[in-house]
Design a protein around this ligand. Structure first.
Ligand code: PEP
Length: 257
């Protein structure tokens, strides 16, 4: 089965709505100039909440082939939860994806596995796709338990999901030691983790779900390492942080994927 690669830019807390608009316009020009084939590789942007409406307007007005989504979501649907944004609100803005369980959310906010499972459910119920982030810390890698750890995180989140729900997940293997550090995983490390995650999904949910599931690599991806990483058979694209803030670099990564 051929999986369409996905290159998703996680802008984190960068770019206001004007900067986001400029970025999208420039990205589309660059990709048009490069005769980029959106059917060969999907491109997605994950702006801050405040820029989502601007991105939506632009994508709709110009019928752009860019997908977009949010960086987190509330587990509740409505009510007295100051500062939260619900999955339905995001779906109404045309979001296709929501990043769930990013290591920065796990670190700086009280997001544990139970909360992450609820986010996944909320995203799926609203008709969007979660990009579930998993990955070990440097310490777990040092102890040699990195695969067990990353697969364990996938197991914990998917345990009670149906086969159909799991089929809609995108998993991003993001070793914490590689995020924002410039220490990219070797292609073999990324492949081993992606393969282990896919093997677990196959044994728990069947070959169909495993073969459809896109597994991304994230952690210091750049135009210098994207080509080698994507040549690995179980790596289906990238979640790009820092390099997604430079439009030319991001366009190059998309072209190489
Ligand atoms: C990320 O935060 O999801 C990420 C992969 O960051 P970076 O590319 O900067 O390592």
């Amino acid at each position: 089965m051929v999986r369409t690669p996905l290159v998703a830019g996680n802008w984190k807390m960068n770019f206001d709505h004007l900067e986001a608009t400029y970025f999208v316009q420039k990205l589309v020009w660059l990709l048009r100039d490069a005769k980029f084939d959106y059917k060969r590789c999907e491109v997605a942007l994950m702006p801050a909440f405040t820029a989502l409406r601007s991105v939506e307007v632009l994508v709709e007005a110009d019928n752009l082939k860019i997908s977009y989504g949010a960086q987190t979501v509330s587990v509740t649907s409505q009510g007295a939860f100051t500062g939260d944004v619900s999955a339905d609100m995001l779906a109404q803005l045309g979001c296709r994806y929501v990043i769930v369980g990013h290591s920065e959310r796990r670190k700086y906010h009280p997001e544990d596995d139970a909360n992450i499972v609820d986010q996944v459910r909320a995203v799926l119920a609203a008709g969007m796709q979660p990009i579930l982030c998993v990955g070990e810390s440097y310490e777990e890698r040092r102890q040699g338990i990195e695969l067990e750890f990353a697969v364990g995180q996938v197991k914990d989140v998917t345990r009670d999901l149906s086969q159909e729900e799991v089929g809609k997940l995108v998993v991003a293997y993001e070793p914490v030691w590689a995020i924002g550090t410039g220490m990219v995983a070797t292609p073999q490390v990324a492949q081993d983790a992606a393969r282990a995650i896919r093997a677990h999904v196959e044994s728990a949910f069947g070959r169909g779900a495993a073969q459809t599931m896109r597994i991304l690599y994230g952690g210091s991806v750049s135009s210098h390492n994207a080509q080698e990483l994507i040549s690995q058979s179980d790596v289906d694209g990238f979640l790009v942080g820092g390099a997604s803030l430079d439009v030319e670099e991001f366009a190059t990564i998309a072209r190489l994927t």
